[in-house]
Design a protein around this ligand. Structure first.
Ligand code: FE2
Length: 192
């Protein structure tokens, strides 16, 4: 988009001043050519609302993962992690970047001195090793994570003891959605 304030799509200076554009001043929706191989968008209206508990895939007692985007073509998954009543997420290493944004509650890594709270953003570089802990006095924690590659679970020496990747997440969702009555194919709406 051009930063030029004389753009014909911008009606007048007052519109620019408060950032609003009257409906009559909007251009028509784009209806021109588009890349023929582009995948359909993925839009979830109620991604933050806990409106259907069947969408939360249980990981362990008191822990769930709600898929938002299971990207098998780029090897990443975006999901909401939810922990109720405190808990520990296994020590793990990331071979690829992770982005996190806290929506509710708070948590920390045993290996860090900060505490993540609502609004906190986190970038974990490849190679980072940590153990996520939610204290028992936190009723509910919800954090959006964008995980690339895999989680490599490791022992105290850093040796890999287990792994999970986007394909494991797809299978876990498929099994859960089928058992929950949504049907195994429900997972396809999150896959790109
Ligand atoms: Fe992590």
């Amino acid at each position: 988009m051009s930063p030029d304030s004389s753009s014909p799509t911008r009606a007048n200076e007052s519109d620019a001043a408060d950032g609003r554009v009257a409906a009559d001043d909007l251009p028509p929706p784009y209806d021109g050519p588009a890349p023929r191989d582009a995948l359909p968008e993925l839009f979830i209206q109620d991604a933050w609302a806990n409106d259907d508990p069947r969408l939360w895939v249980p990981l362990a007692p008191g822990r769930w993962s709600r898929p938002l985007c299971l990207n098998v073509s780029n090897g990443y998954w975006v999901h909401l992690t939810r922990v109720v009543g405190g808990g520990l997420l296994s020590r793990h290493r990331h071979p690829a970047p992770v982005h996190g944004f806290v929506l509710k509650g708070r948590w920390r890594y045993l290996e860090r001195d900060w505490i993540a709270e609502p609004g906190s953003y986190l970038y974990e570089p490849p190679g980072d090793i940590h153990t996520l802990v939610v204290e028992p006095d936190c009723d509910e924690m919800v954090t959006l994570f964008h995980n690339s590659g895999a989680l490599l679970y490791c022992d105290e020496e850093g040796n890999t003891t287990g792994t999970t990747d986007v394909f494991d997440r797809v299978e876990a969702c498929r099994r859960h959605f089928e058992a929950a009555g949504l049907g195994a194919d429900h997972v396809t709406r999150f896959i790109r």
